[in-house]
Design a protein around this ligand. Structure first.
Ligand SMILES: C=C1C[C@]23C[C@@]1(O)CC[C@H]2[C@]1(C)CCC[C@@](C)(C(=O)O)[C@H]1[C@@H]3C(=O)O
Ligand SMILES: O=C(O)CCC(=O)C(=O)O
Ligand SMILES: [Fe+2]
Length: 376
């Protein structure tokens, strides 16, 4: 499995991570202890990230638009993280999405297991990836599901998220499913607005990336980080770059997100009604490496459980990820080969545990495969 660490293979007998028990243990199993160089550090300084007024940009207000474009461009060239406010997502929907996540993760372990992620699948409930890996386990539980945006040419009325959740968990989860169906629809709309902003700031026009992601095939993930009595040697989510295109994260008020900038870990504290947005590897490739996808992680604490809601924007599976011609010239030769999201996705699930090196490892792997085909 993970080619960079031979010990990190699929375990024969996975341990069972039942957080209702584990959160009180004074000692943690060795599989959750991270190597010294990855261990969280105390007193992490705050990262300076701009707050972008998206409403001002989308309404076409010229002053707000040029300020939003400038701030987004600057942040994406540097580290790829920024905040968005005035985004148009209903506050009540956001509140419901958090409280339904609470109610899901605080259910008994056997109930959550009804939605258990099956081997080889990325949707469902996973407790700490105990069945996928055997070391550097994240101190978290996740519930993931797929969201497909309506193709504007089709008039089908699909409720993919609601149907999946009701099917996995039972009829009593209709309302639960409806909330995340609506939440994903709101995230898809928001991400297309952000794509207009990124297109403008890269000088390729408002429409280019918006159209690229119009029928997106995205992933929604609810992250739940139980209390941990050893927060100085464990991690909630290990250091990684998102392999996806754009992540829209809403964290509760506990805090724990950290980003690696200029050789140091820095935190991004939660702000109510504000989303944290970051560039993922696929967008870094689409922008021909102009915009950065950077290393980040989530730390845990011994006092309060923490939640975050992550919407990972992804293109339709077989769409070619290739930068617009405006972003390729002598000073900026092609940084990565063309690929499809389905190939990168498979790479992260079958060959390479997502980390800070995923896109480079994937590019090398494609090049080797191409050479083999040419030789053979
Ligand atoms: C393509 C993917 C890899 C991860 C799941 C996802 O479907 C979306 C983002 C990825 C991930 C969440 C980024 C953080 C690290 C990771 C290993 C995790 O801890 O959850 C990633 C995912 C994975 O499960 O492989
Ligand atoms: O929970 C967080 O703050 C970050 C989670 C994250 O980076 C992810 O799910 O990709
Ligand atoms: Fe992430």
């Amino acid at each position: 499995m993970a080619i960079e660490d031979p010990k990190d293979v699929k375990p024969e007998t996975p341990i069972v991570f039942d957080a209702s028990v584990f959160q009180y243990h004074k000692e943690i199993p060795k599989q959750f202890i991270w190597p010294d160089h990855d261990k969280p550090s105390p007193n992490v300084p705050e990262l300076s990230v701009p707050i972008i007024d998206l409403g001002g940009f989308l309404s076409g207000d010229p002053v707000a638009s040029s300020e939003a474009t400038r701030l987004a461009g600057e942040a994406c060239l540097k580290h790829g993280f920024f905040l968005v406010a005035n985004h148009g997502v209903d506050g009540k929907l956001l509140e419901n999405a958090h409280s339904y996540a609470d109610s899901f993760f605080t259910m008994p372990f056997v109930e959550k297991q009804k939605a258990q992620r099956k081997p080889g699948q990325h949707c469902g409930y996973a407790s700490s990836f105990t069945t996928r890996f055997s070391s550097k386990l994240p101190w978290k539980e996740t519930l993931s599901f797929r969201y497909c945006a309506e193709d504007s040419n089709s008039n089908s009325d699909s409720n993919i998220v609601q149907d999946y959740l009701v099917n996995a968990m039972g009829q009593e989860f209709q309302e639960f499913g409806k909330v995340y169906q609506e939440y994903c629809e709101a995230m898809s709309t928001l991400s297309l607005g952000i794509m207009e902003l990124l297109g403008t700031s890269l000088g390729v026009g408002r429409k280019f990336f918006k159209e690229f992601f119009q029928g997106n095939d995205s992933i929604m993930r609810l992250n739940y980080y139980p209390r941990c009595q050893k927060p100085d040697i464990a991690l909630g989510t290990g250091p990684h770059c998102d392999p996806t295109s754009l992540t829209i994260l809403h964290q509760d008020n506990v805090g724990g997100l950290e980003v690696f900038v200029d050789g140091k870990w820095r935190s991004i504290s939660p702000k109510p009604h504000v989303f944290v947005v970051n560039i993922g590897d696929t967008f870094m490739a689409l922008s021909n490496c102009r915009y950065k996808s950077v290393l980040h992680r989530a730390v845990v604490n011994s006092e309060k459980p923490r939640k975050s809601l992550a919407f990972f924007l992804c293109p339709q599976k077989d769409k070619l990820v290739t930068p617009p011609t405006e972003l390729v010239d002598v000073e900026h030769p092609r940084a990565y080969p063309d690929f499809t999201w389905s190939a990168l996705f498979r790479f992260t699930q079958e060959q390479h545990r997502a980390n800070g090196n995923t896109l480079d490892a994937f590019s090398k792997w494609i090049q080797q495969k191409t050479e083999l085909i040419q030789e053979g």
